[in-house]
Design a protein. Sequence first.
Length: 312
Amino acid sequence: MISTRRIGLGLAALGRPAYINVGRTDALPEHRTAAAMREHTAVVLDAAYAAGVRWVDAARSYGSAEEFLAAWLGERGHEDVTVSSKWGYAYVAEWRIETEVHEVKEHSVERLREQWAQTRELLTDRVDLYQVHSLTTDSPLFEDAALQQELAKLRDSGVRLGISTSGAAQAETIERAWELEAGGQQLFGAVQSTWNSLEPSAGRALRAAHDGGWQVLVKESLANGRLAVNPPEQVARIAERRGVGPDAVALAHVLAQPWADVVLVGPAGPEQLRSNLAACSVELTDDELQELASVARDAPTYWGERSALPWH
């Protein structure tokens, strides 16, 4: 039995009315007002806490996720919850489901200062890990000495820094970020990357980061819901044999990676959460792990399909 302490609750699907996850709509309130979504988020957070989950991941671009989380922490008084958040994207949809642009990315000193102040106002000193959101190889961060120094100030003040990655070149991004130093120290100490049965290309880099001392968080462990709603035949076959949902099998595949310190799930409701957590009771055999490895796609294909997912 794997401890639920290795599971983290991501709020990407709960903090805003629209997101790209499939299988999300029926699990949400009928009317996705801010008040309804805040109450619904609290229900999911309560269910996760009761199950033993003690990590919650947010971002400035997840709509009102930080606000919902701050309210829940204040109302419940939980002191044993680890909080991570991210800066770099700004949420611009103004609580609209149908809009041309939902979020805008900018890795700059100005954006860092602005968003860290906003995060601190809501979550005060509860943020354990603050991450660059969706770092890619072409990010200006790699060449922007002023931004690196601003991040180093934040690190030196006691805030643990990390990166999240996206895209087909995740492994290269991780390797480049590993080399960044300021004041004789590595700038970052954690990485949050996509790794799942369909997209395992960052695995070697994540293992190296873990072995080198970084904390590794895995995001999009269900491929934005695709592994739960439309699983490959191999995933569905193992799920039927095990008597669990395909989401539990896909998550068990991630949990079987020894370098995966925290595996983030993004349920849209408590029932989806319970189904996800069944993964903790699934210990895959070597044959099943080989079977699941066979469903992997090449990274450019995976990320191309992901970019085509609609916001809804």
